[in-house]
Design a protein around this ligand. Structure first.
Ligand code: F6P
Length: 646
């Protein structure tokens, strides 16, 4: 069997610049060599014989370290940006390194002929549900997942250059991507003997009803998607509603109701079977969240055993227990259940509260806290007050703990608004740091008045005025600072991380000037706006990476937050908050003079948009031709009803 692959490397020959000497250096030989490239038509070229693995590399052009346009980049542990390539054996081989690499790690976008391949072996089998008997109960300890982590540590020992994924279609910070790649969920091994197949992660919620499990599951899903992992929630309650019916009296949930117990077990099995089928469907399907009470040892044992069935993928299970005994939080969640859950549609509040309270009592009677020391678990006491962990190792599980420690379950609105119209908006120029126009100043005033009238109906059941509670985030640019000046607030934070996308050498240009001066760049941006990076500037993926601290701070704040930002930056934040597919992000309409109000709920995020102080001749300015590019997902992305969508 062939164990090496001939890999071509290219650097474009640019007629305009004076490129004379191009060499390649990389991790293939510990960065010690300088491999010369020769001019072949429109490219400088060389090729190397490489074993399967992940390599970082860079070019030295006329003596200077240089990145080639449109080749995926990575950041190493010292913060240096390099290109990244994943080399796999041809698909006829049973070894597929790529199948072990997260889906977001894409190989360099070299010209045709690149030796890299995308050979995913789609796992076919899913566990056989009949192999399990949920009624079986004994006191055996659950299986031990700890050894997996040690085994992984050994397999990672051969990774010589930790890679930080900075290119490829993924949300998330570069550093995060690196660590995720090296984490226990994925095996990265640059030897050509591949280990077992796909490794999946299951986050199984645990807790009594009305503790905020679904809300936390939603937030986790959004976050995990943001950092580049396809994550799906499987909710046992949804299976019950679809297969048995929405409204079932609390008696159905009694621990001594044999039919009820049996029916609930069946639903749990269905959810797990679907989860496994989803895992098997696509190697990119990595993380399943089991949103259920999983409140007894027997049920947890069942979950672990079910997911242990031999398959083409292996699964690591982490239980996340949500413990909360604060009456006001439980009360709020019970009321929320009445308002939003189909279980109580058409009932009065009193009827719903009374039935749901009984249902909780039935669960309480049988509840067993997670104390199985042999499984991985995270226990959250009053989300944020205290966190206990057991057997949590590896970057992704610890990152999840960090996220959970920073989040809360208080439902409060987040407002997003672009700055008022700026001089550059008026002139249809990109970049810059121009002040507001008269119309922009009027919007700033209108926004102040609107926010003053705005009350938060959602927190703890009482109305509150926002002026004493509101937190405002702006960027450090004049136009966002001016836009916040008329708004009363408790605190205002200026973030460098919220600055608009840097358009590099195009700063200050109109779209027509951009196209005339750099036609190739202009075309490249139109072709792939998500992955495009302005020369000496940024791309959307850079923005996504730099916004991570803002996301954590947004999650940490329990007070309403208004973010006054810029078009590209707000697209990314909106994408995170709404759980958008990353491909949609650069095309999402975030019009000027419009406030977007988002309230995260257990069953999705509620959105309202309000147009304040409409622009004159809205269609005449604001990057007319820059926004004209077709979005692959334009219709799906738009929830905008204002005439200003860009
Ligand atoms: O046009 C206003 C603006 O904020 C520019 O400064 C920025 O380059 C642009 O929007 C970002 O949006 P897009 O990625 O659609 O060009």
């Amino acid at each position: 069997m062939r164990k090496t692959v001939r890999v071509p490397f290219y650097f474009p020959a640019d007629a305009k610049s004076n490129v004379a000497d191009v060499v390649l250096a990389g991790s293939f030989d510990g960065w010690s060599g300088r491999i010369p490239l020769t001019l072949e038509g429109r490219h400088y070229e060389t090729s190397l014989t490489l074993r399967p693995g992940i390599y970082s590399y860079k070019f030295v052009v006329n003596g200077k370290w240089t990145l080639a346009p449109h080749q995926a980049t990575v950041v190493d542990e010292n913060g240096h940006v390099n290109h990244c390539i994943s080399v796999t054996l041809p698909s006829s081989s049973s070894t597929s390194l790529e199948s072990m690499v997260p889906a977001h790690l894409q190989v360099a976008t070299a010209p045709a002929g690149s030796a890299t391949t995308s050979t995913y072996n789609t796992p076919a089998a899913s566990p056989n549900p009949s192999a399990y008997d949920m009624s079986e109960e004994n006191d055996e300890e659950l299986s031990d997942f700890g050894s997996d982590v040690d085994e992984l540590a050994t397999s990672l020992a051969s990774v010589t250059h930790p890679l930080v994924i900075h290119g490829g279609p993924a949300y998330g910070s570069a550093i995060l991507q690196n660590q995720l790649l090296l984490d226990g969920v994925f095996r990265v091994d640059n030897s050509n003997e591949a280990k077992a197949g796909e490794r999946k992660l299951v986050l199984a919620m645990v807790g009594l009803p009305a503790r905020g499990k679904s809300f936390i599951a939603q937030k986790l899903q959004r976050y995990l998607k943001w950092i580049g992992f396809e994550t799906k929630i499987f909710n046992n309650g949804m299976y019950r509603r679809d297969n048995i019916g929405s409204y079932l009296s609390h008696d159905f949930f009694r621990a001594d109701n044999r039919d009820g117990v049996e029916a609930r077990s069946r639903m749990a099995r269905m959810a797990l079977a679907d989860m496994c089928a989803w895992f098997a469907e696509d190697p990119k399907h990595h993380i399943g969240i089991l949103d259920a009470t999983n409140s007894t040892r027997a049920r947890r044992k069942f979950v672990v055993n079910y997911l242990k069935t031999p398959s083409t993928f292996s699964v690591k299970v982490v239980f996340i227990e949500v413990i909360c005994n604060r009456p006001e939080v439980i009360k709020r969640n019970v009321l929320h259940k009445h308002k939003f859950s189909p279980d109580y549609a058409g009932m009065t509040e009193d009827e719903a509260v009374s039935d749901f309270t009984e249902r909780i009592a039935h669960y309480e009677a049988a509840y067993e806290p997670v104390q199985e020391r042999s499984v991985s678990f995270i226990r959250l006491f009053d989300v944020g007050r205290e966190t206990q962990t057991n057997r949590i190792k590896g970057y992704l599980p610890t990152k999840i703990v960090f996220f959970l420690m920073n989040m809360h379950i208080v439902q409060r609105p987040i407002y997003l608004s672009r700055h008022g119209e700026s001089e550059f908006n008026r002139q249809d120029r990109i970049g810059g740091d121009s002040p507001l126009t008269l119309s922009g100043l009027k919007y700033a005033e209108a926004l102040g008045e609107w926010m003053e009238k705005e009350t938060d109906h959602d927190t703890s059941g009482y109305l509150r005025d926002l002026d004493s509670d509101l937190i405002i985030f702006t960027s450090t640019m004049v136009r966002t600072i001016q836009s916040a000046e008329k708004i009363k607030c408790a605190q205002l934070l200026r973030w460098k991380a919220l600055e608009e996308i840097s358009v590099g050498i195009c700063d200050g240009m109109t779209p027509a000037e951009f196209e005339a001066t750099y036609p190739d760049e202009y075309a490249a941006r139109i072709a792939d706006k998500l992955r495009y990076r302005y020369p000496r500037g940024e791309g959307y993926e850079d923005l996504i990476a730099r916004l991570e601290p803002v996301i954590f701070e947004l999650e940490r704040q329990v007070l309403p937050v208004l973010v006054i930002g810029h078009q590209a930056v707000l697209r990314c934040l909106y994408g995170y908050l709404m759980g958008l597919d990353i491909e949609e992000v650069p095309h999402t309409p975030i019009p000027l003079h419009t406030v977007i109000r988002l309230v995260p709920r257990a069953y999705g995020t509620e959105e309202t948009r309000t147009l304040l102080h409409p622009l004159d001749n809205a269609d005449d300015h604001e990057s007319g031709s820059l926004r004209a590019e077709p979005s692959p997902l334009a219709s799906a992305a738009s929830s905008d009803t204002s005439p200003l969508g860009s």
